[in-house]
Design a binder for this molecule. Structure first.
Ligand SMILES: [Zn+2]
Length: 427
């Protein structure tokens, strides 16, 4: 007997077992009837569906390839029209499969589904149109080899029904409450089935440390996220249906997971604010505030995607603005001018690069990166410097746990590697 997703999540949570990111986040386009009338298609973001009697409600549409796979599964499961699509938020990996659902309805001469979302989803999609180039660059940095260039050229379907605080849907007599929460984004919807006790969480639960710090994205809301998790506990769901990761069954088990996640976020917010109120600069806060190790070791809180240090930065930005309280960085000299001055004092860019290599070998990776970056900025055409830089960032990448840190350092590694002669390139 293969283990069901619910059995796996129970084993992981109850036994504090962690078998790596892939084990908690299936993306294989497989279909699972997780509860009576509640289906899941696993994807880069999942597609959840509910048989509401007279039609299906689909929660998130993932990306076009997963949407096509989902339609195939749904045809075998319940061959009835998709009545309603709910976007849990406007991230493209959750909404860009929608045109596939609409196209299928048109092809089969069925009325197209109605798309429902929070008021802020439309403005988000407008922002994507303004920032296509930037989003394509940062997507490549964040996801590395997994990124498909042009992802932000994807199509989507604008929501036809939007709401501000909450909205009650009735599809074929099945009641679904949509509730607005802020957390990863300002446009999040959680969906609650009071009769069945099923809660669809969107990205408020992702089986990784909350994505509340992403270095290259707009503001996220850690305190509001924690408050949303507390309200989710109060609903006493018996099935939790997240947009990434494993579904979870059992009211107590679900409450424990949500409580741990809220506690981790609340600690970061409280400690960061306390230091801000005490006059500490961002530098001191970044190197002081921590999430307790026992929380970070939970199988659903591993910093495998985002990480607490980035969340601290987002808390600072949310409550304090962008200035880090170092007066030299209020109106700084250009990076290249600072690098040239430091290199001259050090005896040249090569000397800086050598020292960076020594620090790297001693495990002082943060310092090593700074010195090698100065070396490369002072001598951007120097092959030896780039050889050192590539090596420092290769080691830095391998030392990091979060996908975001790994891939951003990976990109620095590749940018120097690309400048090297073939005989100098390693890895
Ligand atoms: Zn997501």
């Amino acid at each position: 007997m293969t283990e069901s997703l619910l059995e796996r999540s129970a084993r992981f949570i109850d036994g504090a077992v962690y078998e790596g990111p892939a084990s908690v986040n299936p993306v294989d386009a497989s279909f699972h009837e997780v509860a009576d009338g509640v289906g899941l298609v696993c994807g880069f973001s999942h597609i959840w569906t509910l048989d509401a009697g007279e039609g299906l409600v689909v929660l998130d549409t993932s990306q076009p390839d997963y949407a096509s796979a989902a339609l195939e599964h749904l045809r075998h499961w319940r061959d009835v029209p998709v009545d309603t699509i709910v976007y849990t938020h406007g991230h493209l990996d959750h909404v860009s499969g929608a045109p596939v659902f609409v196209g299928d309805a048109v092809e089969r001469r069925r009325p197209p589904p109605t798309v429902v979302a929070h008021d802020e989803v439309g403005p988000r999609l407008d922002r994507y149109a303004l920032t296509r180039g930037y989003n394509d660059l940062i997507g490549a940095r964040q996801f590395g080899r997994r990124y498909r260039p042009g992802f932000f050229d994807a199509d989507w379907v604008e929501p036809q029904v939007t709401y501000s605080e909450d909205l009650e849907l009735d599809v074929g007599g099945t009641r679904m409450q949509l509730i607005h929460e802020k957390g990863e984004t300002d446009d999040h919807t959680i969906a609650w089935l009071p009769q069945q006790g099923v809660l669809f969480t969107g990205d408020l639960m992702i089986w990784a440390f909350p994505n509340a710090g992403n270095p290259q994205k707009v503001q996220r809301y850690p305190a509001e996220w924690a408050a949303a998790l507390r309200r989710m506990i109060d609903l006493r769901p018996c099935l939790l249906a997240p947009a990434h990761g494993l579904p979870i069954a059992g009211t107590e088990r679900i409450a424990r997971v949500l409580d741990d996640t809220a506690t981790a976020l609340e600690g970061l917010v409280a400690d960061t604010l306390a230091m801000m109120n005490g006059g500490a600069p961002l530098d001191e806060i970044l190197h002081t505030v921590r999430v307790p190790d026992d929380l970070l070791e939970r199988p659903y809180l591993r910093p495998s995607y985002d990480e607490p240090e980035f969340v601290v930065r987002n808390i600072w930005r949310l409550y304090g603005g962008w200035h880090d309280a170092n007066p030299a960085r209020l109106k700084p000299a250009p990076d290249a001018a600072v690098a040239a001055e430091v290199a001259a004092m050090a005896g040249g860019a090569a000397a800086l690069a050598r020292r960076a290599t020594e620090l790297c070998e001693a495990g002082e990776l943060r310092l090593a990166c700074q010195l090698v970056e100065w070396a490369a900025q002072a001598a951007p055409a120097d092959g030896e410097v780039h050889a050192a830089r590539a090596e420092v960032y290769r080691i830095r990448r391998d030392s990091e746990q979060s996908l975001m840190a790994r891939n951003l350092f990976r990109q620095a590694f590749y940018s120097s590697k690309a400048r090297l002669q073939p005989e100098q390139a390693a890895d």
